[in-house]
Design a protein around this ligand. Structure first.
Ligand code: SF4
Length: 144
């Protein structure tokens, strides 16, 4: 069965966040439960472990808090997540706000001080450029 939505796996309740937690959103959990949404975690798909050192975007790069450049893993994971979404025919993405992979509209500024700047995560941008409508759990109204 094809799925209309691709969603951040952490919003669906999967414990894939950098700290081993999740960020369940009732509307997203319901989309997955009803079979309408494909949950993906681009960072896990990119080969990163859970838990992992938190990362933020710095321009076109993604850097972990310990200084490691993790850009390659983020890009690989985003490409794989998009491939899976296309395979399912997804046209809408509901992605976790402010994540360096999934954020749309604004993200953290790369200083690990909680400062937000306009921008988008690596997967969110790839999905938008591929023609998907990208929403966050904060903008998604749960419409079908
Ligand atoms: Fe959630 Fe996206 Fe971060 Fe994975 S990469 S934990 S799906 S916000």
């Amino acid at each position: 069965m094809s799925k209309r939505y691709v969603v951040s796996a952490c919003l669906a309740g999967e414990p894939c966040r950098y700290d081993g937690g999740c960020s369940p959103c009732a509307a997203v959990v319901e989309l997955v439960r009803s079979g309408e949404a494909l949950p993906v975690c681009p960072e896990v798909l990119g080969g990163l472990p859970t838990p992992r050192v938190p990362s933020e975007r710095r321009g076109e790069r993604v850097v972990a808090k310990d200084g490691t450049d993790v850009t390659r893993a983020f890009v690989r994971g985003a490409e794989e997540a998009l491939r899976l979404a296309r395979e399912q025919g997804c046209t809408v993405a509901v992605l976790k706000a402010r994540s360096p992979s999934c954020g749309s509209g604004e993200i953290y500024d790369g200083t690990f001080t909680g400062v937000r700047v306009p921008g988008e995560g690596v997967f969110a941008r790839l999905a938008r450029e591929a023609g998907l409508r990208v929403e966050s759990e904060e903008t998604f109204g749960g419409e079908r």
